[in-house]
Design a protein around this ligand. Structure first.
Ligand SMILES: [Zn+2]
Ligand SMILES: [Zn+2]
Length: 368
């Protein structure tokens, strides 16, 4: 006789939840998975009605499931959010171009507006051209630094209040371990927070903070979601790889290890008398940075001067400080535009077409 679902005791159990070891049916799995994400959102007060929320969408399983679940919960519980898909095109042929095709299909499937920002457009360098210049060894450093800023810049273009990313519980636990191993206490504090404020006012959060990677894969599979599953063609982050391997071993012995690590990380506090680096703005591009020149600008300068090791090796202090007009103008303009739009938006009614990305305030005048 087939085993019945531990929750409804009615349908046949087809999945065993890694998180709780319950054997449950498909419908109950969807229900508990979605409800847990909803509870995370509500308990952390992540959104308020009318928020413009961008879903960082790569076409991979985490962000595809996130887009689906955000759309579902927004409809089901009337969050009142304007949802957008926001993708970064790093310019990696055979990888990102294919995964972006997936995002374009998701746009149609979920009926959400999509904005793609590219490294080429923002920095004048694609990852393919960066790898051609620096080789494969350090390219992930460039990609990580550039991606974070690219999302913020895309968010400014869409005048978003909030970016959600598909980081799951496994990612958060790995990051906590990495920061403990490195003794990086300022990052340790930030990485356990469900929401952080990035570029001035754009909040960034992880609604899947407590969702196990295995369950996200199961969810994508059982819902038959359309996602892209190839790994990046350039080398993976080696240090994270060690943390991941260690976490997988822990999980094998004790499945709750992932949540235990997150809860431990949340309970750690930096003593009051410990000096943390203060955050300021980059003198070149205006991005938030603990140095006078942000990491992306240091890396870009190295690329442009033909010394790509700049910012990777310890020579970043050698960079002559001082704003560079062209960079400053570019980002500052985006910021000003966004602030302008925000002001206008606050003073008048929003465009009545909820899916409209035009940000027209009068509603019909400019809105096509
Ligand atoms: Zn059931
Ligand atoms: Zn900068």
């Amino acid at each position: 006789m087939p085993r019945l679902c531990d929750i409804c005791n009615d349908a046949r159990a087809i999945v065993r939840r890694p998180k709780t070891a319950q054997s449950i049916c498909k419908e109950c799995f969807f229900h508990v998975f979605e409800t847990e994400v909803h509870n995370t959102i509500v308990d952390s007060n992540l959104f308020k009605p009318g928020d413009r929320v961008g879903i960082g969408a790569s076409g991979g399983k985490d962000s595809t499931v996130l887009a689906y679940v955000m759309k579902t919960l927004n409809d089901r519980y009337s969050y009142g959010l304007d949802l957008y898909l926001l993708s970064v095109d790093e310019g990696i042929s055979g990888y990102r171009d294919d995964s972006l095709e997936t995002v374009k299909r998701n746009k149609e499937q979920y009926g959400l507006p999509l904005l793609i920002v590219s490294y080429e457009q923002l920095y004048g360098w694609s990852m393919d051209s960066i790898v051609a210049a620096v080789g494969r060894k350090n390219n992930c450093t460039f990609c990580g630094v550039f991606r974070r800023q690219a999302l913020d810049r895309g968010a400014l273009m869409l005048d978003l209040d909030h970016i959600v990313t598909g980081h799951n519980a496994d990612d958060v636990a790995e990051t906590i371990l990495m920061n403990i191993f490195r003794g990086d206490i300022s990052r340790l504090g930030r990485c356990t927070e469900i929401a952080t404020t990035g570029e001035g006012y754009i909040v960034r959060s992880k609604p899947f903070k407590y969702a196990y990677e295995k369950e996200i894969v199961m969810y994508a599979y059982l819902r038959r979601l359309d996602y892209f599953s190839t790994e990046c063609t350039y080398s993976p982050n080696a240090y994270r790889g060690y943390a991941r391997e260690f976490l997988k071993k822990l999980e094998r012995v004790r499945p709750s290890a992932i949540l235990d690590i997150i809860h431990s990380g949340e309970a750690m506090h930096v003593a009051k008398d410990v000096q943390l680096p203060s955050l300021d703005r980059c003198q070149r591009c205006g991005y938030i940075s603990s140095n006078s020149i942000c990491k992306a600008c240091v890396l870009l300068e190295g690329l442009e001067r033909g010394i790509p090791k700049l910012g990777i090796s310890r020579t970043k202090q050698d960079v002559e400080a001082g704003p560079r007009e062209s960079d400053l103008v570019h980002f500052e303009k985006l910021r000003q535009d966004a602030l302008e739009m925000r002001k206008t938006r606050q003073n008048s009614a929003a465009c009545p077409q909820s899916a409209c990305a035009c940000r027209s305030e009068s509603g019909t005048e400019n809105c096509s």
